[in-house]
Write a new protein. Structure first.
Lengths: 346, 346
């Protein structure tokens, strides 16, 4: 499989979350616009050219997300800015215990309703970037629907922690779920393989009751790692979706070998599922030098991960960028994965 | 009815939460130790003497709260202090969407599991103060069980936002629910009347499925006011508890007249319920000069509220202090309520 293009647009660089909360301390947010530059460098290194996504409207997004949530994302910042003395970005405070009570009118409370955590501030440009990030995902899916064997969308902000109606972990719109739903205009079944350092809890929740989408995630053990509440091996799907969710929590600091072992098992299950198409939620933060320091994958490890995924299934594939944070090797790790996936040398 | 004592202890003044979150901005926390001094001044003005509560152990607390939550409150600060570079107080970040999944091992995640919002930091002295606050409530209940017609516990920190397993809104242990459970050693049915500015969501949730405890709350409309997700008139109880919860949300800025109208309706329902005992969750933050500025009750209004409650039912009554924040009249408002309740002049 060979990919000529990386789908990306400058709109995705406008969102600039300044901080997030780590153990009660406000810290510099690593989900920065510069990530796009670093990843574009890697994409160029892998021989790709930039292609701009089209505007696909809200249709493809509303296949995954609730209308009320989309309204919140689009208008929350403006409504928040009317509050005297409020922070520069929409920030959650109080969270509902159950989600079936009254929906509050206050944007402060809606922020708690629609956010799992304190890492998704909404500023003036957030909606624009999230929207174009989703459209990049749709564009890559379109390319595959039009006949490309594979396509890569450099989605930023990332998406896999966002559920149908909640932001979380730097994610607002679930780009890989949106790409999946778009592929299902043509394909009856899709597998999503998430190799991000963090469990793809948003994606899992969106498809948890469905048997036509197999969701598989390999990630650092959530017992003491974000997202904490999800990503356990015991979560295997529910109802019609029972057996169609698979989690591989790895001990902190796991290296290439442990990751590739889990990957082989993941790919076995995916082959057994025999999907019509594949979506890769490509986080690069499992890297040994990533600021989150959760796992210890090497650059060669990402190449090998690419080789095994690319070699396992000969089906249309959409690759969606998820996490991976500023470090010298971020671009190289993308290039390593892509070249592996295309079965070329790094 | 006449009360000679205010139940209180210096242990309750040790907890010192420094900040809370208002519209995304960290602000000075008004739930300060000095509240106790101000309220004691008021109690003295009403002719009361201080009596120290006994240590009642965890028994009376575990009638209301989950053991896992109590373990969390007791040990969270110590566990948190092992995290390098963490904040000075346990602070929530990520919250579960549902509460039936895996219980995470990390204290960071447990904080999100056990807190609805960012206003309940746990520091070195929090558990001690919360425990003695609950014991003050138990002590007042004991006095009533021993024959006093009424007793007042100056509980601090407050309790009515705390549910069986969650802290929220400055509250850790639900003192009025604990007093209620203690009264039920002898009495078959108890009514709880909450006149705090904020809806008593913790208390409501604890008794929501029970018909032997009637919960009634008069408060500022939660559509745009804390606790946002609870306190609507539509919440009337569930299962066996259907019809045994009653909320009176009042428009922001409502004055004495509107409050007293709601109070008359509340007391009618309580008389109809015909409980063996009454618990008053006495917030004084509905005051026109309270920093939260939600309602506009006057000092005379609190006196009249006391008169109507004291005159409505001739049953054993435990009065539990809830909110009411630093302002010149805080003590006077307590004295006004107490003297009204005892049917004396201010």
């Amino acid at each position: 499989m060979s990919m000529k293009c990386v789908v990306s647009t400058e709109h995705q660089q406008k969102h600039y979350p300044e901080s997030f909360l780590v153990n009660g301390i406000t810290q510099d947010n690593p989900e920065k616009p510069v990530r796009v530059d670093m990843l574009l460098d890697g994409a160029k290194k892998a021989g790709m050219e930039i292609i701009e996504p089209l505007n696909y409207g809200l249709g493809p997004i509303l296949r995954i997300h609730d209308e009320r949530y989309i309204d919140f994302l689009e208008y929350a910042y403006k409504r928040w800015s009317y509050i005297e003395g409020a922070a520069d970005a929409v920030t959650p405070n109080i969270h509902p215990v159950e989600r079936n009570g009254e929906y509050p009118a206050s944007v402060v409370a809606q922020a708690g309703f629609h956010m799992t955590d304190a890492s998704c501030p909404i500023s003036t440009d957030t909606w624009e970037s999230a929207l174009w990030s989703a459209w990049s995902a749709v564009h890559a899916a379109e390319m595959v629907l039009d006949g490309d064997k594979a396509a890569y969308a450099l989605c930023r902000p990332p998406g896999h922690h966002a559920s149908a109606d909640m932001a979380g972990g730097f994610c607002y719109l679930n780009n890989n779920a949106i790409a999946t739903a778009h592929l299902m205009k043509k394909y009856k079944s899709v597998a999503i393989l998430d190799v991000d350092l963090h469990h793809g809890n948003g994606t899992q929740s969106i498809f948890y009751h469905r048997s036509d989408v197999l969701t598989v995630s390999i990630h650092a053990d959530p017992r003491r790692f974000y997202p904490f509440f999800w990503g356990y091996a015991s979560e295997t799907g529910d109802g019609a979706g029972a057996g169609y969710n698979l989690n591989f929590p790895l001990p902190r600091g796991s290296n290439d070998e442990a990751f590739l072992d889990a990957l082989d098992s993941a790919l076995e299950r995916i082959k057994e599922f025999s999907p019509n198409a594949l979506v890769i939620a490509l986080g690069l933060d499992a890297f040994e030098g990533d600021p989150f320091a959760g796992l210890a994958i090497t650059t060669n490890g990402f190449h090998e991960i690419g080789i095994r995924i690319g070699g396992a299934l000969d089906i249309p594939t959409v690759i969606i960028q998820e996490g991976g944070y500023p470090c010298n090797e971020l671009g190289s790790n993308l290039a390593a994965f892509i070249s592996g996936f295309e079965n070329r040398l790094i």
